[in-house]
Design a protein. Structure first.
Length: 328
């Protein structure tokens, strides 16, 4: 019979082993722009599923509104929890610089998404090349507008660098290739608010009889613009294009209020957060031309710490049902 002291020793050894294993488990918190909408719900599902596959403790934090100050508080909380990796989809890149520096100084790795040139980030990953993404949307918008008339551009916020890059690429391409199209005013920072997008679209339609198109960037921009256009009975007169969550926008596409757009899969973006975090924690190098699941063969800019993929889905009537079935 094994003596009690031996059993106790074996039990203690087992518990120490379990404790060491738990301590070695990568812990990661991902702070997104805002919680509760379809886009970031899909991202959260991707984070959870990939983390479970890889034995990583990862979770998403979704602020109650797209307020940079709320993101700062969430990141401060993660620093206090001494996580290994912090992921962020920033609302305001500059506002986050001080808190990301504190994370960096605490030895926490930082991965951002949709925030090129973000200071104090180990890597920024982009599912698509920003310039090409903007151009692709402008080409589609111009075709719908028959290359003439006034158009407006919405971005999620005037402080989101990636949205600015998309929008500027689209506008510059228009100026070079479609001289009979004219930008109305400047960019409107309303794309993350449904109410603001609806209100802005209504104002534009009331003031500009020659409004023929809206390029809406931001998770709620196309939805708000599409609803306003539908309510005014302008689906045959105004072309709305932009990235949106398929499930949220499917009825508006069917009604012709949104003509289309292009997105990457936010669920896959959530998975990529976890995959890159694991590579960093394991000390694996991220190099130009390597394949990252979900991004394909990537372009890597070591100087700016940017990883670029280029896999998108079309949000047209033909492709949308497939994306909706995926739960997006």
């Amino acid at each position: 019979m094994i003596k009690k002291s031996v059993l106790a020793c074996l039990f203690a050894t087992a518990m120490l082993s379990l404790s060491a294993h738990a301590a070695d488990k990568i812990r990661m918190g991902v702070v997104v722009k805002v919680g509760g909408n379809a886009w970031f719900n899909a991202m959260e599902a991707g984070i959870k599923s990939e983390a479970a596959k890889r034995g990583i403790d990862a979770w998403q934090v979704g602020p109650t509104s797209a307020d940079p100050a709320l993101q700062v508080r969430a990141i401060e909380d993660l620093i206090a929890q001494k996580v290994d990796v912090i992921g962020v989809v920033p609302n305001d890149a500059r506002v986050l610089e001080p808190v990301l520096k504190r994370a960096h100084d605490a030895g926490i790795k930082v991965i951002v998404h949709e925030s090129p040139d973000q200071k104090y980030a180990d890597w920024d990953f982009e599912m698509v090349d920003a310039t090409q993404h903007g151009i692709t949307h402008m080409v589609a918008l111009a075709q719908c507008m028959k290359e003439k008339g006034d158009y407006a551009v919405y971005v999620g916020s005037l402080t989101v660098p990636l949205h600015q890059k998309w929008a500027d690429a689209a506008i510059n391409y228009q100026k070079e290739h479609y001289p009979n199209m004219h930008l109305v005013g400047d960019k409107f920072g309303v794309g993350e608010s449904l109410d603001d997008s609806i209100r802005t679209t209504n104002d534009l339609m009331s003031k500009d009889a020659n409004l023929k198109g809206i390029l809406a960037i931001g998770s709620q921009g196309p939805i708000g613009a599409g609803r306003a256009v539908l309510n005014r009975g302008k689906t045959d007169d105004i072309c709305v294009f932009g990235p949106f969550s398929p499930g949220q926008g499917a009825s508006l596409v069917k009604a012709g209020a949104i003509k289309g757009g292009f997105i990457w899969n936010p669920m896959v973006a959530g998975e990529v957060f976890v995959r890159i975090a694991e590579k960093l924690e394991k000390g694996e190098k991220i190099t130009d031309g390597m394949t990252i699941e979900g991004m394909g063969k990537v372009k890597v800019d070591d100087a700016t710490h940017t990883i670029l993929g280029n896999e998108t889905e079309s949000l047209d009537k033909a492709n949308l049902p497939k994306l909706v079935k995926m739960g997006l």
